[in-house]
Design a binder for this molecule. Structure first.
Ligand SMILES: Cc1ncc(C[n+]2csc(CCOP(=O)(O)OP(=O)(O)O)c2C)c(N)n1
Length: 328
């Protein structure tokens, strides 16, 4: 697991925003739980990487983005796309490889993209979403001042050259780019201590003069740090590297039993639940009641069931459409 981050400042948010964040996190959790079941039943082709336990960062960052802002994501990208507002029915259809998916069922989980929501794409190549988001940030700077791009990636991706090239150019050109590293302490089956010198990803930004913030897996602390980064970026102040110290609950992909990891470490990771702790805090502060939480959960479960039904009834892509939408 990643080492702990020091506690950081929290914003003062009204009940509406707090519930919105809670709903967003719970929705990601329930979708990922459903996808795990559906994948295990053999209905989803390819690989599936879930972000259970890492719901705070997508919710906190994306809830402050506009539809026209851009998000570049990863193989573990469902949460980012959902928090950025993609339609759940078409999302589900894409994962099941059906023709009503955003990418007509051709991308599946690992290349999911929805340009209408600024989701530039998940990416099976580790680190590849980072320069893509930088390109979008450059386009934003030139054509749409005030617009920003966010790149989500893991600690493993920070060993890729593209990460440093992006830090270099983003700093030089003061790009409106937020680099969000969800440091869950693992790159596939390799712990951070083995693949990376040093404890903190933020230290890697120092030679480039890029602003940094490192926060724990707490939705409000992430919200605060991301808010400052977004403000800087929208005002032309350049990029920020935001590190969120989280933990991966499950294996690298669904089906990876993580035998390389002690069960105690997994239990510790799961005990630090960003959703459960946020829910407890909201209840303590009397922002959320048990009945309200149950109601939100039921609404989400109904939305997921409807989306799954839509996906299952969507036809698979036709073989004769294989060459459509390609540059040839
Ligand atoms: C360029 C490249 N190298 C290696 C891989 C194999 N691979 C897939 S995911 C992964 C680990 C990624 O770790 P991290 O960036 O920390 O993201 P996480 O899975 O923890 O979310 C690796 C090495 C790949 N897909 N692309």
């Amino acid at each position: 697991m990643a080492t702990k981050a020091k506690s950081a400042a929290k914003p003062r948010l009204g009940p509406k925003k707090l519930i919105e964040l809670y709903r967003s996190m719970l929705r990601i959790r329930r979708v990922e739980e459903t996808l795990t079941e559906v994948f295990s039943a053999g209905e989803i082709p390819g690989f599936l990487h879930v972000c259970l336990g890492q719901e705070a960062a997508p919710a906190a960052v994306c809830s402050q983005l506009k539809v026209a802002d851009y998000v570049g994501t990863t193989h573990r990208g469902h949460g980012h796309a959902l928090a950025k507002g993609v339609d759940l029915k078409r999302f589900m259809a894409e994962l099941l490889g059906r023709s009503d998916g955003f990418c007509l069922g051709r991308s599946g989980s690992m290349h999911l993209a929805d340009a209408s929501r600024g989701v530039l794409g998940a990416n099976g190549i580790v680190g590849a979403g980072i320069p893509i988001a930088a390109g979008a940030a450059l386009a934003a700077a030139k054509k749409y001042p005030g617009r920003v791009a966010v790149a989500f990636f893991g600690d493993g991706a920070t060993s890729q050259g593209a990460f440093y090239e992006t830090l270099n150019m983003a700093s030089l050109w003061k790009l409106p780019l937020i680099l969000v590293c969800e440091n869950n302490g693992w790159a596939e089956f390799t712990p951070q201590q083995v693949h990376m010198p040093g404890e903190d990803v933020v230290d890697k930004a120092a030679p480039f003069g890029v602003a940094t913030a490192s926060v724990p897996n707490d939705v409000l602390q992430i919200y605060q740090a991301a808010g400052q980064a977004l403000k800087r970026a929208r005002a032309g102040g350049g990029p920020t590297l935001l590190e969120v110290k989280c933990d991966r609950w499950h294996g690298h992909y669904v089906g990876d039993a993580q035998k390389y990891r002690g069960s105690e470490a997994v239990e510790t990771a799961m005990a630090e639940d960003c959703l459960a702790s946020f829910e407890a805090q909201l209840k303590k502060d009397k922002v959320l009641t048990k009945a309200q939480a149950n109601k939100i959960d039921k609404q989400i479960q109904a939305e997921i069931a409807e989306a799954l039904e839509f996906a299952r009834s969507s036809p698979p892509p036709q073989a004769e459409a294989l060459m459509e939408g390609l540059y040839v």
